[in-house]
Design a protein around this ligand. Structure first.
Ligand code: A3P
Length: 292
C-alpha cells in the first residue's frame, strides 16, 4: 500500500483534496467510487464542508417527503440522504427506491462518472468562505476525528492554505463553476436561503421538477428554519453529536457575518487579498453579511 501523503496526523492528501486519516477510505476506495453505479433519478447535494449541507438535506427531504409521508416519518435525514464517501461503512445504496438522495463533498473530478454521464440532478450549496472558516474552526474544535486547532490564528492560515478537511475552499467552488456545463447543476447560495428561504425552495422545486402547492412549500420552509431544525432530532444530527464524534451541536449560529466577531482587521484585509488573487474571474458574488 502507498504511504499516505499526510497533511497532519489527521488528514491525508489525495488528488489535491484532504481526507480523514481515521476514516477507512483510502486512494483505492476513493477511485472505486467513480465506478459506483448511478441511476438517472439520483439526486446529489454537494458542498464544501460547513456550507449548509445539513440544511439542504432537510429541505430536500421535506420536498421529497411531501409525496411520501411514510418515508419521511421513517428515519433521520442522515439515513435518507446517504453520504457518498461514507459508503465504505456498508452498502445500503442498492436496495433504495428511487429517487436515491446523496450528499458529498467530493470535487467534480472525483464524483462517480454516472453523475455526469447520466446528467443526474446536483444541488451545489455554497457559502461565503469567511463564515465557512469560522464554522469549520468550531467544528474542528469539537470533532473527534479532526485536529483541534492550535488557535484561531493558526487555523485561519491553514484554511487559506487549503490544509483543512477537503482542501481549498477556493478550488472547490472554482472546480464546480468550471464543471457546470458538464453537470446538471443548480447553485444555491447559503446567504440567499437566509434572506428568502421560500424563494430558494421554489427555485429548487423547479429544478427538481417537484410540483408542490403553496401550502406545502410553506410547510417545507417552516420545517427548515434554523429554529425548528435545532430542535428536530431527525434534522440536526443529534444522534451523532451525542456520540463521541462531536462534542458540540453542529447547528451552531446559522447566520451570515459571524466572521466579523472573529477576524481582526489585519486578518480581514489579508483574506480579501487572497480571495482576490484566487478568485479573480469568479462569476458569482459573495454575500458577506445578512442583517437578521
Ligand atoms: P454555523 O457553524 O456558522 O452556525 P454543514 O451542514 O455543511 O456542516 O454546515 C453547517 C452550518 O450550517 C452551521 O453554521 C449551521 O449552523 C448552519 N445551518 C444548518 N442549518 C441551518 C439553517 N436551517 N439555517 C441557517 N443555518 C443553518
Amino acid at each position: 500500500m502507498e504511504p499516505l501523503d499526510l497533511v497532519s496526523p489527521y488528514l491525508f492528501r489525495y488528488k489535491r483534496r484532504n481526507f480523514l486519516v481515521m476514516n477507512k477510505l483510502r486512494a483505492k476506495e476513493l477511485d472505486d467510487l467513480q465506478d459506483f453505479e448511478i441511476r438517472s433519478t439520483d439526486i446529489f447535494i454537494i458542498t464544501y464542508p460547513k456550507s449548509g449541507t445539513v440544511w439542504m438535506q432537510q429541505i430536500l427531504v421535506q420536498i421529497l417527503g411531501a409525496s411520501q409521508p411514510d418515508w419521511l416519518e421513517d428515519g433521520t435525514n442522515r439515513a435518507h440522504v446517504l453520504w457518498l464517501e461514507g459508503r465504505f461503512l456498508g452498502d445500503p445504496f442498492k436496495e433504495r427506491p428511487d429517487p436515491r438522495t446523496f450528499n458529498s463533498h467530493l470535487p467534480p473530478d472525483m464524483l462517480p462518472h454516472g453523475v455526469k454521464d447520466k446528467q443526474v440532478k446536483v444541488v451545489y450549496v455554497w457559502r461565503n468562505p469567511k463564515d465557512v472558516l469560522v464554522s469549520m474552526y468550531y467544528f474542528a474544535s469539537s470533532h473527534a476525528l479532526l485536529e483541534t486547532p492550535e488557535s484561531f490564528d493558526v487555523f485561519f492560515q491553514q484554511f487559506l492554505d487549503g490544509d483543512v478537511i477537503m482542501g481549498s475552499w477556493f478550488d472547490h467552488l472554482k472546480d464546480y463553476c468550471e464543471a457546470q456545463d458538464q453537470l446538471n447543476i443548480h447553485f444555491v447560495q447559503y446567504e440567499n436561503m437566509l434572506k428568502d428561504l421560500r424563494q430558494e425552495v421554489v427555485k429548487l422545486c423547479a429544478f427538481l421538477g417537484a410540483d408542490l402547492t403553496d401550502e406545502v412549500i410553506d410547510h417545507v420552509v417552516e420545517k427548515s428554519t434554523f429554529r425548528n431544525m435545532k430542535t428536530d432530532p431527525k434534522a440536526n444530527y443529534k444522534d451523532i453529536f451525542e456520540t463521541h464524534y462531536y462534542t458540540k451541536p453542529t447547528m451552531r449560529k446559522g447566520i451570515a457575518g459571524d466572521w466579523k466577531n472573529h477576524f481582526t482587521v489585519a486578518q480581514n484585509e489579508h483574506f480579501d487579498k487572497v480571495f482576490k488573487e484566487k478568485m479573480g474571474n469568479f462569476p458569482l458574488t459573495c454575500t458577506w453579511e445578512v442583517k437578521q
